[in-house]
Design a protein around this ligand. Structure first.
Ligand code: TXA
Ligand code: MG
Length: 315
């Protein structure tokens, strides 16, 4: 299959509307989309990404008015979170509208809904004939793509089109909050922090860890994620390191002596933005060990820690 690369949201939407799958930029990471009115195209996403079929997709809407096409009525908590954080890097899990194809929700009675703030994503979604189901645009298990070049590397020849935009401003996947029950549960951390969520809905809590035997609240979180080929070593700020050969460092601290590749970040925002592309750069350069500063467990640091700990195989 030839993969068309375009800068035109209109052209990309026309390709999607014809029943094809299209990668597009968002402020979190790049997505790989199919119109939910094209269930065959939704199936193509799972094949292109080599994604297990029991892992549901997030449905992307152009604006808040479109939420009603995807979800059943919003409860009070969901309404408050939509009002404060949409459009933006937040996904809400809501009771689904019955006409959503089962392949999108992997048979769950809920659906993840997100309204991206990226202007190119907005133009693309506005021109799509229906809401767009989209996971991150990467082969399952490897770090999410935060620029169109890595989408191309993973998926060229397997998808119909890449809508080219700038690198993702945030670089970490959206925060996911399950609003389908009486208490909002934080399922995945992201740029909308737990503290910000609790400012709007104080009842919000991190989802309790589920037992291995019960179905996880967020099916995707049971799969290995974000892992580069290099091994990840987590280090606390200021902790001394004796660098291994062919190693790299990312973080805000002092670069350990002897590492071959370094990404010094001036802020947590920069750390989040650069993390996945740095993992991919290290793999391309044959790095064997990546030392990563482990930030404190608050604010955006919570999301970066989560990705680092998963990459290191800690959960
Ligand atoms: O920032 C993002 O969220 C990006 C962009 C493209 O929007 N998308 C993304 O999708 O990260 P994906 O598929 O890589 O991760 C979505 C996660 C998976 O862990 C999936 O299991 C979970 O969301 N999820 C989707 N629908 C769900 C539902 N109804 N209930 C619980 N978890 C759900
Ligand atoms: Mg993903």
């Amino acid at each position: 299959m030839k993969t068309i690369i375009t800068d035109s949201p209109e052209e990309a939407a026309a390709i999607l509307n014809a029943g094809n799958i299209v990668a597009f930029p968002t402020e979190t990471v790049y997505g790989l989309g199919a119109g939910i009115c094209h269930p065959d195209a939704v199936s193509k996403i799972f094949i292109a990404k080599e994604r297990p079929s029991d892992n549901p997709l997030i449905v992307h809407v152009a604006d808040v008015d479109q939420i009603g096409d995807v979800a059943a009525e919003l409860n009070e908590h969901a309404k408050k979170l939509v009002e404060r954080f949409f459009p933006g890097p937040l996904t809400l899990v809501l009771r689904k509208n019955p006409h959503i194809p089962v392949s999108v929700t992997a048979g769950l009675d809920t659906v993840g809904v997100r309204c991206p703030s990226n202007p190119i994503a907005h133009e693309f979604l506005r021109r799509a004939c229906c809401p767009v189901a989209a996971p991150s645009a990467n082969i399952s298990g490897v770090p999410s793509s935060t620029n169109w070049e890595t989408v191309y590397k993973d998926l060229a020849g397997k998808i119909s089109c890449i809508l080219r935009g700038n690198p993702s401003e945030i670089g970490l996947e959206s925060t996911i909050v399950d609003c389908s029950g009486p208490v909002p549960l934080l399922l995945r951390t992201g740029a909308v922090t737990l503290e910000q969520l609790q400012d709007v809905v104080p009842e919000t809590i991190p989802a309790p860890h589920t037992e291995k035997s019960t179905p996880p609240k967020s099916p995707g979180l049971k799969y290995p994620h974000y892992a580069p080929e290099a091994s990840i070593v987590l280090i606390r700020h200021g902790e001394p390191v004796t660098a291994a050969p062919q190693s790299a460092y990312i973080g805000r601290g002092e670069t350990p002596e002897g590492v071959a590749v370094t990404k010094k970040c001036r802020s947590l925002e920069e750390y989040g933005r650069e993390l996945f592309s740095f993992f991919r750069q290290c793999d391309a350069e044959g790095i064997r060990v990546i030392y990563c500063e482990l930030p404190e467990n608050r604010g955006l640091g919570r999301a970066i820690r989560d990705r680092l700990q998963r990459a290191a195989g800690e959960h």
